[in-house]
Design a protein around this ligand. Structure first.
Ligand code: HEC
Ligand code: HEC
Length: 352
């Protein structure tokens, strides 16, 4: 009898919310051949945290007039970029000056945005919310709305064991959701696993992509792997690929204040590249053929802080790819498309 009383008292206390219910660990499915992703130790992935992060990602409550969510500019049908727009438009109609970025395989990245100004996904989350050219809201106002919402109070309690929601948990939940967006099942991946073959044109494009540039050598190369090599199709560095003779957007240099960083931008992954037009930090190129034409003959050797090996290639006459080779390179880039981000129910809008 005494135990029964104690037990019912314990249940009563739990019911009063002293102890949050246990969370459910989430087993991230890592594409075959990918290294294990470094998940922050202080933010282990849980089903509760990820689903809460997804809800926040799709919820326009994060914008001042409740018209814009993160997904407004990061749409799964466009490789998680902004509907083919050159520049994103915020809630006031203000237009930004950078092209929206894809959000897959971010678990492997250590600096975010084209200029690397956000050191973590949890810190990044608060930036678009407050950007006057994006969601134009304030963090305290977002927290007031979330804390007034019984559904969110319950979800934050279950995911993080907090009764009062702070910016920290908002960042942690969003970080968990973003970390789960993995992409590694393109035609190229199936080819690499021996499950599918590439056409002769795609094969030629792959050889060009991975070959050293030398217009006079019997085996031609376009030297793309030098910066976009490896499983993730990026070297994770910030570099200048010679877009402009005169720099207008300093990129990394605007963050570090070091003039030697002017014109350097995050080397983007080329996975899902067919989905994410237009291209470059300012969305200046509409098509992949335009991008390849640029690398072939449009790069500026005198661009400040240009990658030295790229400068050498330009001074020795450029890549010298003929039209057929340029088309093959584009065909190879098109094998990097993975439709799973678009179709995986985990990444879709939970309000639909
Ligand atoms: C108005 C459009 C817009 C909205 C809304 C928006 N973003 Fe973005 N996002 C962008 C643009 C543009 C960039 C590139 C900005 C830059 O480099 O300065 C970007 C970049 C990013 C990146 C960097 C990816 C990388 O590889 O470095 C992440 C992550 C991201 N956004 C997540 C979010 C999240 C989370 C939200 C909601 C809290 C959000 N975005 C809301 C337009 C938007
Ligand atoms: C010296 C390093 C370097 C080399 C070599 C290089 N790239 Fe890039 N690439 C970059 C950087 C840096 C950017 C982003 C530049 C910017 O927006 O300012 C970029 C951007 C791109 C983009 C646009 C991606 C997007 O999301 O907008 C494509 C496509 C691309 N490169 C393909 C190629 C191909 C194909 C080759 C080989 C012909 C190649 N790159 C060679 C560094 C390089």
């Amino acid at each position: 009898m005494r135990y029964l009383v104690l037990l019912s008292m314990a249940i009563l206390v739990a019911g009063c919310g002293e102890n949050p219910p246990p969370t459910t660990p989430f087993a991230l499915s890592v594409p075959q051949g990918f290294p294990p992703p470094p998940i922050p130790e202080d933010n282990p992935l849980t089903v509760e945290g990820i689903l809460l992060g997804r809800r926040l990602f799709y919820d326009p409550v994060l914008s001042r007039d409740s018209t814009q969510s993160c997904a407004s500019c990061h749409n799964t049908a466009f490789g998680m970029t902004d509907h083919g727009l050159q520049f994103s438009v915020g809630i006031t109609g203000a237009v930004g000056d950078r092209n929206s970025m894809p959000l897959h395989n971010l678990a492997y990245h250590r600096a975010f945005f084209w200029d690397g100004r956000a050191p973590s996904l949890r810190e990044l989350t608060l930036i678009p919310i407050q950007d006057p050219r994006e969601m134009d809201h304030s963090v305290p106002a977002v927290l007031t709305s979330l804390n007034a919402n019984p559904t969110y109070r319950d979800l934050f309690w279950k995911a993080f064991g907090v009764r009062s929601i702070t910016a920290e948990e908002v960042g942690l939940a969003m970080e968990q959701f973003l970390l789960t967006i993995m992409s590694g099942s393109s035609k190229f991946d199936r080819f690499a696993r021996g499950l599918e073959s590439l056409t002769p044109e795609e094969q030629q494009g792959m050889q060009l992509f991975n070959g050293e540039a030398n217009p006079n050598a019997p085996t031609r190369g376009a030297d793309c792997f030098h910066c976009h090599g490896g499983t993730l199709f990026t070297n994770h560095k910030f570099m200048n690929n010679g877009l402009d003779a005169v720099i207008t957007d300093p990129g990394l240099g605007g963050v570090t204040g070091n003039p030697n960083d002017n014109g350097k931008f995050k080397v983007p992954s080329l996975r899902n590249i067919a989905y994410t037009a237009p291209y470059m930090h300012d969305g200046r190129f509409q098509t992949l053929m335009q991008v390849v034409e640029f690398y072939n003959s449009g790069t500026h050797a005198n661009s400040p802080n240009i990658d030295p090996s790229m400068g050498d290639i330009i001074r020795s006459g450029g890549l010298g790819l003929n039209l057929q080779e340029r088309m093959a390179l584009v065909a190879f880039l098109n094998t990097l498309t993975d439709t799973s981000v678009e179709t995986d129910t985990l990444f879709q809008n939970p309000f639909n």
